[in-house]
Structures are given as C-alpha cells and as structure tokens.
Design a protein around this ligand. Structure first.
Ligand SMILES: [Zn+2]
Length: 268
C-alpha cells in the first residue's frame, strides 16, 4: 500500500515536469500518429512518456548506442496503449533491448519467423528469468512509427504482449475489469481466432496478419496492431472484435485514423 502510494506520488511528479522540447521534436519527426491525436490525448501521452522513460531501462545491443531518439520513439508508441486507462505502465517489463536492425538480430541469435518474436519466444519459453525484457530492432521501430496505417507496428505488437502478461497469463486476455467483460472477450476472441485459423489454412486473404493464427497471445497482439493502424477496415470486417478492443482501450482509433485519408485519396 505504502509502496503504491509512493509510486503514485513519484509518477505525479514526473508528469508535472516540463516536457523536453527536444523530445517533442523527435516525436513530431518520427511518430506520425501523434499529430492526429486530440490535444487532450497528446498531453496525456506526453505525461505517460515521462513516467515510462523514468521507469524503463534501455540497453543497446550489437553495437547500438541508446540515445533519446530511440528511447522517445519507442516510448511514444508504447504509451499509445496506455491512454485513457488506469495503468501501471507495463509492470512486467524492466528492460528493453534494442538492436540496430532485424538483420543483426537474426545474425546474433538465429530464429525462425519475425525477429521481434524472439523476445516473445524467450519470455514464453523461460518464464520468470527473462520475463522482464523485450527485444526490439531499431529499424523496425522506425518504419512502424513512420507509417501508421500499414497494419504493422512492432512496438504496438510487443507492448500488447506486455498488456497480456499483466495478469500473468500469456493467453491473449489482458486484465479486464468486470466478469461480464471477461466472458464477452473470451467468446469473441474464440470465434475470431477460429475464423483466422480457418482462413489461414484455406489461404483466404485476411485483414489480420495470419501470424495471429499461431496462438491466442499472438492473435491479441496482431489484433492490436490492426486496431490502431487499420481501424476503418477492422471495424467493418470484425465489428465485435473491434468493439471489445475499443472497450478495453477506451479509444476509437477511427477518430485519428490515417487510413481514412488513404481511402479517400484512393477514391479521388
Ligand atoms: Zn508476438
């Protein structure tokens, strides 16, 4: 209790600090979705970034030197998942390991599939010991931040796993407030996961990355990517899943969607 109180007070102090202008410049340059948020959401995001950067440790790997550009670009995207909710700032995460590129990570530790899943594999494979760390490739972080509507975002993906771990189980279900919410979530997820699996097996094109057919945890992570990056299509094709995510995140990404502009441009 005391610890919780001190933590809250410390976080309040961090948020009260003036936001460094250099950091804001980085966000405006690197993180495209920022300009589309409302002024209220922007202010809340900056507050979260202050707390996030004070509490999380970054470590450069394979010769990469950590700088503010890297820290702020990662933090801004991760904190999008915290907006408008009561949050404990990804409590399971202590250290973020950043490699210069996907290629180098591959070279360092051979792995099948997308590189960022390496972090997931080690966390899932060795619960406890490596639970507190995450691996990100800086080049993938940058491309993810630059295009907010291609449906791919490694930071959103990895931090969605962190939300999933908040209740200790990597099962595609984050901490949900009410029993009713849990039941609705499970029912929708089960149906949607089964239909993605079926589509994957038959080769039907899907909006959700078929990597999500791997297991419910991956299903949640790819759903979060699509929810924030392609919300208009998502809502049209998976209205119930969209509504569960909207309820959980307390956000409606259609409001700040870059996809809208893309669709309109195509029509013209
Ligand atoms: Zn994953």
């Amino acid at each position: 209790m005391i610890f919780g109180f001190l933590k809250e007070r410390r976080r309040k102090q961090l948020k009260a600090r003036p936001f460094p202008n250099e950091w804001l410049k980085i966000i405006k340059r690197r993180v495209t979705f920022f300009a589309r948020l409302s002024a209220v959401d922007q202010a809340e995001l900056l507050d979260h970034i202050q707390v996030f950067l004070a509490e999380k440790r970054f470590e450069g790997c394979a010769g990469l030197e950590i700088n503010d550009e890297i820290r702020v670009t990662i933090a801004a995207q991760a904190c999008l998942l915290l907006l408008r909710r009561r949050t404990d700032y990804f409590p399971r995460l202590v250290t973020i390991l950043v490699y210069p590129s996907t290629y180098l990570v591959d070279e360092q530790r051979p792995t099948e599939g997308p590189v960022w899943e390496e972090g997931r594999m080690s966390r899932l494979g060795e619960t406890g010991r490596t639970m507190g760390s995450m691996v990100l490739a800086w080049d993938a972080v940058k491309t993810g931040a630059a295009d907010p509507s291609d449906g791919k975002n490694v930071v959103l993906h990895e931090f969605a796993h962190q939300l999933d771990y908040e209740n200790l189980a990597a099962d595609g279900t984050p901490s949900l407030v009410t029993r009713r919410q849990q039941l609705a979530w499970r029912e929708v997820m089960r149906t949607e996961f089964a239909s993605l699996r079926a589509a994957d097996e038959t080769g039907i094109p899907t909006l959700l990355d078929t990597y999500g057919a791997t297991n419910p945890a991956e299903f949640f992570a790819v759903s979060v990517e699509a929810f924030f990056e392609r919300p208009i299509m998502f809502r049209a094709r998976h209205p119930r899943l969209y509504s569960e995510l909207q309820h959980y995140f307390q956000q409606d990404p259609v409001e700040f969607s870059a996809e809208r502009t893309k669709i309109v441009n195509k029509m013209l």
